[in-house]
Design a protein around this ligand. Structure first.
Ligand code: PMP
Length: 314
């Protein structure tokens, strides 16, 4: 997972979108005094657009849910949202048309940077949209550990706010993991129970039941988890949303990281405890990918379409 995210950051796409206007990527700047920098006031969403199997159209998954979660982050931080859902999805689609390529899926980051305002007075944000190519193949199983760093509590930096500042702890945890030769880390909350991964939610499987912690344990309200729950419900796989102790992680039969980029990546090891990577997690991952590539349809899982012939880049 770490390598995918860093690959995204290393790409230099041609364009970014600022409040709906396409601009050269290197020409998008931010002032040193913006609260986005001085107080880490930026919130974002990471969306993914998938090619269908025939490569006729790119489908941007759950755009309205992403817009609504961005609005919730903005509301919690008193950042006015100056664009409608229709504008949001139109601007995302225009960037996909400008950057999309038939040989890759694309990950879209929509970031609201607070560019004007002071301690809550006159707050104004820009919506900057960037896009990075993603390879078609899903991530291989990962080895992870439990970090010594903790997810901040709802009273300090709520997990529900998808703020860039929330990823400072995630970054420390990933660096801790890298030093231990691991692919990613799991963050516990202040009670020592499982919160989530550094950029994804955590699921475990015990005796055929999928278990995932609720948002109140310090997990982001995840769209991927909601979709996986719908697949499981259709396919008769029981799902429980409840707290998970650290020791329960180690006795789980299976585990996986669920998120827009991670999709559902099986975990082969947690702190050296081996997990089965060929069971329910892998099954759900495969069904999830069928859904993304339009080989399966589930009511309530929505896409915004960008047709292959509207791609302007080559
Ligand atoms: N937790 C964190 C910290 C994340 O960054 C993400 C990715 N957005 C998730 C969970 C999963 O959320 P989603 O399925 O909506 O991408």
């Amino acid at each position: 997972m770490g390598h995918i995210a860093s690959a995204s950051q290393l790409q230099r796409p041609e364009f970014a979108s600022v409040n709906g206007e396409l601009r050269p990527y290197d020409g998008v700047t931010i002032h040193i005094s913006a609260e986005a920098l001085t107080r880490s006031l930026s919130i974002f969403e990471g969306l993914k657009a998938y090619w269908d199997d025939d490569r006729t159209k790119l489908g941007l998954r759950s755009p309205e849910d992403h817009y609504r979660r961005l609005c919730r982050s903005a509301r919690l931080l008193h950042i006015p949202v100056h664009f409608t859902y229709e504008e949001y999805v139109t601007w995302c689609s225009a960037l996909i048309a400008a950057l999309g390529s038939p040989s890759a899926d694309i990950w879209i980051r929509t970031t609201m940077y607070v560019v004007e305002g002071h301690w809550g007075d006159g707050t104004r944000a820009d919506l900057v949209i960037t896009g990075f190519k993603q390879r078609f193949e899903p991530s291989p199983p990962m080895k992870v550990g439990v970090s010594t760093w903790r997810r901040s509590s709802d009273l300090s930096l709520p997990a529900r706010i998808k703020a860039s500042a929330n990823y400072q702890v995630a970054r420390l945890a990933r660096m801790e993991g890298n030093a231990r030769g691991l692919d990613d880390m799991i963050l516990l909350n202040d009670h020592g129970r499982v919160a989530e991964g550094t950029g994804a939610c955590l699921l475990i499987v015990r005796d055929g039941t999928v278990i995932t912690p609720p948002a109140s344990e310090g997990a982001l309200e995840s769209m991927t988890v909601e979709i996986l729950k719908r697949i499981a419900a259709e396919d008769g796989i029981p799902v429980e949303v409840r707290p998970i102790d650290r020791s329960e992680l180690y006795i789980a039969d299976e585990a996986g990281m669920a998120g827009t980029i991670s999709e559902l990546t099986p975990l082969e090891e947690i702190d050296g405890y081996a997990m089965n990577t060929n069971g329910i997690v892998k099954y759900l991952r495969d069904e999830y990918l069928k859904l993304m590539r339009q080989r399966r349809v589930i009511k309530g899982v929505d896409f915004a379409w960008v047709a292959a012939d509207s791609l302007t880049s080559r």
